[in-house]
Ligand binder design. Structure first.
Ligand code: COA
Length: 160
Protein backbone atom coordinates (compact mmCIF):
# COMPACT_ATOMS: atom_id res chain seq x y z
CA UNK A 1 0.00 0.00 0.00
CA UNK A 2 1.71 3.27 -1.06
CA UNK A 3 -0.34 5.36 1.43
CA UNK A 4 0.24 5.62 5.15
CA UNK A 5 -1.07 8.07 7.74
CA UNK A 6 0.77 8.77 10.97
CA UNK A 7 0.68 11.37 13.75
CA UNK A 8 2.98 14.34 13.06
CA UNK A 9 6.21 14.58 15.07
CA UNK A 10 8.42 17.58 15.86
CA UNK A 11 10.64 17.03 12.81
CA UNK A 12 7.54 17.52 10.57
CA UNK A 13 7.17 21.17 11.63
CA UNK A 14 8.86 22.64 8.52
CA UNK A 15 6.81 20.43 6.17
CA UNK A 16 3.58 21.28 7.97
CA UNK A 17 4.40 24.98 7.68
CA UNK A 18 5.03 24.53 3.93
CA UNK A 19 1.67 22.74 3.56
CA UNK A 20 -0.07 25.58 5.45
CA UNK A 21 1.44 28.21 3.15
CA UNK A 22 0.48 26.21 0.06
CA UNK A 23 -3.07 25.84 1.37
CA UNK A 24 -3.25 29.59 2.07
CA UNK A 25 -2.02 30.29 -1.50
CA UNK A 26 -4.64 27.94 -2.91
CA UNK A 27 -7.34 29.66 -0.83
CA UNK A 28 -6.02 33.11 -1.98
CA UNK A 29 -5.47 33.96 1.69
CA UNK A 30 -1.66 34.03 1.83
CA UNK A 31 -1.80 37.68 3.01
CA UNK A 32 -3.60 36.50 6.17
CA UNK A 33 -0.82 34.15 7.29
CA UNK A 34 1.28 35.69 10.03
CA UNK A 35 2.06 32.43 11.83
CA UNK A 36 5.70 31.36 11.88
CA UNK A 37 7.11 27.85 11.77
CA UNK A 38 8.09 28.33 15.43
CA UNK A 39 4.47 29.19 16.35
CA UNK A 40 3.27 26.01 14.69
CA UNK A 41 6.02 23.87 16.22
CA UNK A 42 5.24 25.25 19.65
CA UNK A 43 1.47 24.71 19.34
CA UNK A 44 1.78 21.18 17.93
CA UNK A 45 4.84 19.84 19.71
CA UNK A 46 5.34 22.05 22.79
CA UNK A 47 4.12 21.07 26.25
CA UNK A 48 0.45 20.00 26.54
CA UNK A 49 -0.48 20.49 22.88
CA UNK A 50 -4.14 21.35 22.20
CA UNK A 51 -3.87 20.98 18.44
CA UNK A 52 -2.75 17.93 16.47
CA UNK A 53 -1.75 16.91 12.96
CA UNK A 54 -1.75 13.74 10.88
CA UNK A 55 0.68 13.35 7.99
CA UNK A 56 -0.21 11.34 4.88
CA UNK A 57 2.77 9.77 3.13
CA UNK A 58 2.71 8.34 -0.37
CA UNK A 59 5.54 5.87 -0.91
CA UNK A 60 7.25 7.40 2.12
CA UNK A 61 7.02 11.00 0.83
CA UNK A 62 4.92 13.61 2.65
CA UNK A 63 1.84 14.10 0.45
CA UNK A 64 -0.68 15.90 2.65
CA UNK A 65 -1.87 16.60 6.15
CA UNK A 66 -4.84 17.20 8.42
CA UNK A 67 -4.57 19.60 11.36
CA UNK A 68 -7.32 19.41 13.97
CA UNK A 69 -8.39 19.98 17.56
CA UNK A 70 -11.16 18.93 19.88
CA UNK A 71 -14.35 21.00 20.12
CA UNK A 72 -17.45 20.32 22.18
CA UNK A 73 -21.17 20.08 21.46
CA UNK A 74 -23.42 20.98 24.39
CA UNK A 75 -26.39 19.61 22.45
CA UNK A 76 -24.68 16.24 22.18
CA UNK A 77 -22.83 16.53 25.50
CA UNK A 78 -19.73 15.20 23.79
CA UNK A 79 -16.51 16.36 22.25
CA UNK A 80 -15.98 16.37 18.51
CA UNK A 81 -13.17 17.16 16.10
CA UNK A 82 -12.78 20.48 14.32
CA UNK A 83 -10.66 20.04 11.21
CA UNK A 84 -8.73 23.28 10.70
CA UNK A 85 -6.66 22.32 7.63
CA UNK A 86 -6.88 19.55 5.06
CA UNK A 87 -4.37 19.67 2.23
CA UNK A 88 -2.95 17.28 -0.35
CA UNK A 89 -0.06 18.48 -2.56
CA UNK A 90 -1.15 18.91 -6.18
CA UNK A 91 1.02 16.03 -7.50
CA UNK A 92 -0.65 13.59 -5.08
CA UNK A 93 -4.30 14.57 -5.62
CA UNK A 94 -7.05 12.21 -6.83
CA UNK A 95 -5.37 9.16 -5.31
CA UNK A 96 -7.81 8.96 -2.41
CA UNK A 97 -5.45 10.67 0.09
CA UNK A 98 -7.87 13.46 1.10
CA UNK A 99 -10.62 10.94 1.67
CA UNK A 100 -8.22 8.70 3.61
CA UNK A 101 -7.29 11.60 5.94
CA UNK A 102 -11.01 12.23 6.57
CA UNK A 103 -11.60 8.50 7.14
CA UNK A 104 -8.70 8.45 9.60
CA UNK A 105 -10.36 11.24 11.62
CA UNK A 106 -13.75 9.48 11.41
CA UNK A 107 -12.10 6.39 12.91
CA UNK A 108 -10.68 8.50 15.74
CA UNK A 109 -14.21 9.86 16.37
CA UNK A 110 -15.54 6.30 16.51
CA UNK A 111 -12.72 5.09 18.78
CA UNK A 112 -13.03 8.04 21.20
CA UNK A 113 -16.84 8.32 21.20
CA UNK A 114 -16.78 11.78 19.59
CA UNK A 115 -20.04 13.20 18.27
CA UNK A 116 -18.96 15.10 15.17
CA UNK A 117 -16.28 15.83 12.61
CA UNK A 118 -16.67 19.31 11.14
CA UNK A 119 -14.83 22.00 9.23
CA UNK A 120 -15.31 25.13 7.06
CA UNK A 121 -14.80 25.30 3.34
CA UNK A 122 -14.78 28.34 1.04
CA UNK A 123 -17.94 28.42 -1.08
CA UNK A 124 -15.98 28.55 -4.38
CA UNK A 125 -13.82 25.52 -3.57
CA UNK A 126 -15.74 23.15 -5.83
CA UNK A 127 -13.10 20.36 -5.98
CA UNK A 128 -13.07 20.12 -2.18
CA UNK A 129 -16.88 20.41 -1.99
CA UNK A 130 -17.12 17.46 -4.41
CA UNK A 131 -14.99 15.32 -2.11
CA UNK A 132 -17.09 16.37 0.90
CA UNK A 133 -20.35 15.60 -0.91
CA UNK A 134 -18.97 12.22 -1.90
CA UNK A 135 -18.41 11.25 1.76
CA UNK A 136 -21.90 12.46 2.72
CA UNK A 137 -20.93 15.67 4.58
CA UNK A 138 -23.90 18.01 5.17
CA UNK A 139 -23.39 21.73 4.37
CA UNK A 140 -24.50 23.85 7.36
CA UNK A 141 -25.98 26.56 5.11
CA UNK A 142 -28.17 28.14 7.77
CA UNK A 143 -25.15 29.00 9.96
CA UNK A 144 -22.69 31.87 9.37
CA UNK A 145 -19.24 32.16 10.92
CA UNK A 146 -18.62 35.11 13.31
CA UNK A 147 -15.15 36.39 14.14
CA UNK A 148 -13.72 39.04 16.46
CA UNK A 149 -10.05 39.79 15.91
CA UNK A 150 -7.40 42.56 15.87
CA UNK A 151 -8.60 45.98 17.08
CA UNK A 152 -12.19 44.80 17.52
CA UNK A 153 -11.03 42.07 19.85
CA UNK A 154 -8.89 44.55 21.72
CA UNK A 155 -11.81 47.02 22.06
CA UNK A 156 -14.16 44.33 23.33
CA UNK A 157 -11.61 43.19 25.89
CA UNK A 158 -11.09 46.74 27.11
CA UNK A 159 -14.80 47.52 27.60
CA UNK A 160 -15.44 48.41 31.22
C1 COA B 1 -9.59 18.76 -1.28
C2 COA B 1 -8.38 17.83 -1.24
C3 COA B 1 -7.88 17.75 0.18
C4 COA B 1 -8.85 16.45 -1.70
O1 COA B 1 -7.73 15.60 -1.64
P1 COA B 1 -7.51 14.44 -2.74
O2 COA B 1 -6.49 13.55 -2.18
O3 COA B 1 -7.26 15.03 -4.06
O4 COA B 1 -8.96 13.77 -2.69
P2 COA B 1 -9.31 12.27 -3.08
O5 COA B 1 -8.30 11.70 -4.00
O6 COA B 1 -9.57 11.54 -1.83
O7 COA B 1 -10.64 12.51 -3.87
C5 COA B 1 -10.60 13.41 -5.00
C6 COA B 1 -11.15 12.78 -6.21
O8 COA B 1 -10.33 11.70 -6.62
C7 COA B 1 -11.13 10.55 -6.83
N1 COA B 1 -10.32 9.41 -6.48
C8 COA B 1 -10.13 8.88 -5.26
N2 COA B 1 -9.33 7.82 -5.32
C9 COA B 1 -8.98 7.69 -6.60
C10 COA B 1 -8.15 6.80 -7.30
N3 COA B 1 -7.50 5.79 -6.66
N4 COA B 1 -7.98 6.97 -8.63
C11 COA B 1 -8.62 7.98 -9.27
N5 COA B 1 -9.42 8.85 -8.67
C12 COA B 1 -9.60 8.71 -7.35
C13 COA B 1 -12.28 10.74 -5.90
O9 COA B 1 -13.42 10.01 -6.33
C14 COA B 1 -12.51 12.21 -6.04
O10 COA B 1 -13.22 12.46 -7.24
P3 COA B 1 -14.05 13.79 -7.45
O11 COA B 1 -13.06 14.87 -7.69
O12 COA B 1 -14.88 13.49 -8.62
O13 COA B 1 -14.81 13.99 -6.16
C15 COA B 1 -7.25 18.28 -2.19
O14 COA B 1 -7.77 18.38 -3.47
C16 COA B 1 -6.63 19.60 -1.80
O15 COA B 1 -5.70 19.63 -0.98
N6 COA B 1 -7.09 20.68 -2.41
C17 COA B 1 -6.53 21.99 -2.19
C18 COA B 1 -6.72 22.47 -0.78
C19 COA B 1 -8.14 22.34 -0.31
O16 COA B 1 -9.08 22.66 -1.01
N7 COA B 1 -8.28 21.90 0.94
C20 COA B 1 -9.57 21.77 1.58
C21 COA B 1 -9.90 23.08 2.21
S1 COA B 1 -11.46 23.00 3.07
Amino acid sequence: MPLSIRPAIASDAAQIFRFIRELADYERLAHEVDATEADLANALFGPNPRVFADIAEWEGEPAGFALWFYNFSTFRGRHGIYLEDLFVSPEFRSKGIGRALLRHLARRCRAEGLARLEWWVLDWNEPALRVYRSIGAIPMDEWTVQRVTGETLQRLAEEP
